[in-house]
Ligand binder design. Sequence first.
Ligand code: ISJ
Length: 119
Amino acid sequence: MTTSNTGTGDVDPAVREELGRLRDSIDNIDAAVVHMLAERFKCTQQVGHLKAEHHLPPADPARESRQIERLRALAESAKLDPAFAEKFLNFIIAEVIRHHESIASGTDDPANGPAPTAH
Ligand SMILES: C=C(O[C@@H]1C=C(C(=O)O)C=C[C@H]1O)C(=O)O
């Protein structure tokens, strides 16, 4: 019978140390991703308010196509799976469009980010 390693077993200390070092980097990267996404959503919330104010549609498929082409090329040169990069961007854009629809209909959650200041 095989036993699964739950992470609490008798692991070589050198392996445990290497794992801990790698996980520290993963935690730093995850924090950076969260901060970058938060900044991106701050911008897209402002775009949403601008669009609602000027009666522009929430989604812009032509812009999205250009972004996807660009991101796929960037992913390829970074040795990241372009299909994954595309899926990831589409996932984010879908959420942004949902926010833009809520802003346009006046049902947006203020927790998603403030309206831009008056100009
Ligand atoms: C942010 C915008 O709105 C939508 C969201 C996009 C995004 O998250 O990058 C891109 C295009 C639009 O469908 C925009 O038009 O720039």
